[in-house]
Write a protein that binds this ligand. Structure first.
Ligand code: TXA
Ligand code: MG
Length: 345
């Protein structure tokens, strides 16, 4: 398959290119597109053959359900039922935006899209190009992140190309992605809404609207043997090729331990915050951003993990970062990338 790559500026959307992308989806093809969280790999959510193609292109197990993307609220009732008052409140507060909600599905949504489940994950993104594309595609676009299964989600079109060139019909290059981590997923079918994947919309933000919010216990406990409720959280996701460990503790102890461990590994790269770059003289450093700015860290993390792959890094030592707000999502992805290897000092 020849993949056509096009550039679309979100501030000046080229309608003819969007129409072309939409036609590809309507005819059962695949298009990678930008959203405010990460790039998505889109297909027609209501066409079972398209969903099968998405799994094949990604190399993803087909029991791992896809998120259905919509571009306007009126379309929700076609694909879900029993929308609770709580759900209406969160939709009101955070849609469109980086929040995915789980509902009971209607018969319109094929089981191929939901990995066999009776529920469906729905997201209403706020990225202008994503919205225009979903509309042109007929209104319901199933899209996982646009990476090969097991690799960090792409935040730049060049990473989408690296993974999916020859596997999709079109890639829409929308430049850099503002958030850089996947959407928050909240299950609205449980009695108390439950966070299945942390993201930009934090627990605190949800609590302000809903009062009580639970968190899937498997997210909090690295050693949990329970099955995560979002099937995708089971797999060793977000993984760089290098071996990776996180060093956690007081600043001075962390830098001392990292310096000591780095001596034992030739091809070692250190991921640290801007404020600590000076603490690692002579080492290969990836500056993830200021310790005071979790948004900056979120937007840099996957890019840095991919750069480590491109540079053939064999061993990564990372500092541990704040877990407040979107920091919870940063630490969730970082710990998964490290395969749960945390060294406490
Ligand atoms: O930000 C995002 O959410 C991006 C962009 C492209 O929108 N998409 C994304 O999709 O991250 P993906 O497929 O990489 O992750 C979807 C996650 C998986 O962990 C999957 O198991 C979970 O959502 N999921 C989907 N449907 C579900 C359902 N019905 N019940 C529980 N978990 C579900
Ligand atoms: Mg993904």
């Amino acid at each position: 398959m020849i993949t056509k790559t096009v550039q679309i500026d979100e501030n000046k959307i080229d309608e003819s290119l969007i129409k072309e992308a939409g036609e590809i989806i309507k005819q059962g093809g695949l298009v990678a597109f930008p959203t405010e969280t990460v790039y998505g790999l889109g297909g027609d959510a209501l066409n079972p053959e398209s969903s099968k193609k998405i799994y094949a292109a990604k190399g993803r197990p087909s029991d791992n359900p896809l998120i259905v993307h919509i571009y306007r609220l009126e379309d929700l009732d076609r694909i879900v039922k029993n929308v609770s008052e709580d759900a209406k409140k969160v939709m009101d507060a955070f849609w469109p935006g980086p929040l995915t909600l789980i509902f009971e599905k209607t018969d319109v949504v094929p089981k191929e899209t939901t990995g066999g489940l009776d529920t469906v994950a729905v997201r209403f993104p706020i990225h202008p190009t994503a919205m225009a594309f979903i509309e042109a595609a007929g209104g319901f676009v199933a899209a996982p992140s646009a990476n090969l299964s097991g690799r960090p989600s792409p935040t730049l079109a060049k990473y989408v190309c690296e993974d999916l060139n020859g596997r999709v019909d079109m890639i829409i290059d929308g430049g850099n992605i503002p958030i850089g981590l996947e959407s928050t997923i909240v299950d609205m079918t449980s009695e108390v809404p439950m966070i299945l994947r942390p993201g930009f919309v934090s627990k605190e933000m949800l609590e302000e609207v809903l009062g009580e919010v639970k968190v899937d216990p498997t997210i909090l406990d690295a050693n949990s043997t329970e099955r995560p409720k979002a099937p995708g959280m089971r797999y060793r996701h977000y993984a760089p090729k290098a071996d990776m460990a996180i060093v956690r503790g007081e600043d001075e102890k962390v830098s001392a331990r990292i310096n000591e461990m780095a001596k034992e590994h030739k091809e070692c790269t250190v991921i640290c915050v801007d404020e600590h770059v000076k603490d690692y003289p002579g080492l290969n450093i990836k500056n993830v951003g200021s310790a005071k700015d979790s948004n900056e860290i979120a937007s840099n993390l996957y890019k840095i993990l991919r750069e480590c792959d491109d540079e053939g890094v064999e061993f990564i030592l990372s500092e541990s970062f704040s877990d407040k707000g979107i920091g919870a999502a940063v630490m969730n992805r970082l710990i998964k990338a490290a395969g749960h290897k945390i060294i406490d000092v």
